[in-house]
Design a protein. Structure first.
Lengths: 207, 207
DNA sequence: ACCTGAACACCGTTCAAGT
DNA sequence: ACCTGAACACCGTTCAAGT
């Protein structure tokens, strides 16, 4: 078959299959992906002209749409919105830990992702944060979220194998799913940051 | 020449050249690296048996030795040591932003890096942090540092091109080297975390 | 022990040919 | 517009051969 009457592929289908492959294997291989879709490798390029890079950026878009906050609820304070923004952002990436390293290796260009950052910036602006404060806030929140998503992925067996050490002992002492520890310390960090931001905003406020 | 009387290569030499190549080009290619060293690609494997992966892990080791704190100074409080640990850790990676994505893609196994985490854990333990608190502290600090190192790498032109937006406006309003913003918000976040940790330790202390 | 060159099994991307 | 198969220029890794 050369050109089917109804397309065998769609952009969305490719992104979904790619995400699944990354979740399952930790890597993205185009030949493997095409095979899984029952198609030749070069066929992918008809739906995703930018190739591998565009596929990864497309996945970022899918995840952003699914998990990142964009609109403040009525009556929501900046602190509530920011918390919701950060928690949603992190949860989405923590659910697909293997994609995070791929995403961090390339620049954010997807509109859905950028829109979500913009929404956070606007909420902070309306709450009275100055330009500089707002920039710091977005930056530091982004850092914590990304770092936490990477951490959620990190295996802790390395420590178990090290035998006697404070860290190994602490890990053994608090038996739980690694993901729980990662999430709990993220939430702890998030509240600390929110408090820190609130305090700083107060200190340089004009009105 | 088949086997020179004095070796053409050394492990250290390879790691250094690899780091330089990543700094300059953003990627690590073994054929390119070997060519730069004036040697065949397969020669690398005599000094670094684990190949590409071991080279990257070796770079992590070099950077850890150079920049991560391991021993508390006399009279240093846990907060002072933790601050120094985090700042050194981040500065080292921020100085080589291109290596960070490569490092986050693979598990930490280098002893020098693990030793540094262990040193932090011990300081916190001695300061009266419980196992659970200590684990949270190390995790959240690690997250912030890694996330900040990634952020330091992110170009902000993306925003400039977006025209009118709160974030773009804020970036234009605070003209400065991007690295400065990144470092400043890291320091802000760090102090917030330290305060948060101090507060939490107090709340669950026994003695 | 250390270097070489060839060989192996892969990559991602492009493109002419076909409907 | 959409799929194919061949072609291109790469990868990282292994290994026998050589000193």
């Amino acid at each position: 078959m050369v050109r089917p009457t109804t397309p065998l592929l769609s952009r969305d289908q490719i992104l979904r299959a790619a995400l699944q492959q990354i979740d399952e294997t930790g890597t993205l291989g185009l030949p493997r992906l095409a095979k899984h879709l029952g198609v030749g490798t070069s066929s992918l390029y008809h739906h995703v002209k930018g190739g591998r890079e565009e596929i990864i950026e497309g996945i970022r878009g899918v995840l952003s749409v699914e998990g990142m906050a964009t609109d403040p609820h009525p009556g929501e304070t900046w602190r509530e919105f920011t918390r919701r923004w950060a928690i949603g952002y992190r949860a989405t990436y923590a659910a697909h830990p293997n994609v995070v390293p791929l995403l961090t290796a390339q620049t954010v260009t997807h509109p859905a992702t950028l829109d979500s950052y913009e929404a956070l910036a606007e909420v902070l602006h309306d709450a009275g944060f100055s330009d500089a404060e707002l920039l710091d806030a977005v930056t530091v929140l982004d850092s914590l979220v990304l770092g936490s998503a990477l951490d959620a992925d990190a295996p802790e067996e390395v420590w178990a194998e090290r035998g006697d050490s404070s860290l190994a002992r602490a890990i053994r002492a608090t038996r739980e799913r690694p993901g729980d520890r990662s999430e709990r310390s993220f939430l702890l960090g998030l509240e600390s940051l929110l408090t820190g931001l609130e305090h700083r905003r107060g200190s340089s406020r004009v009105e």
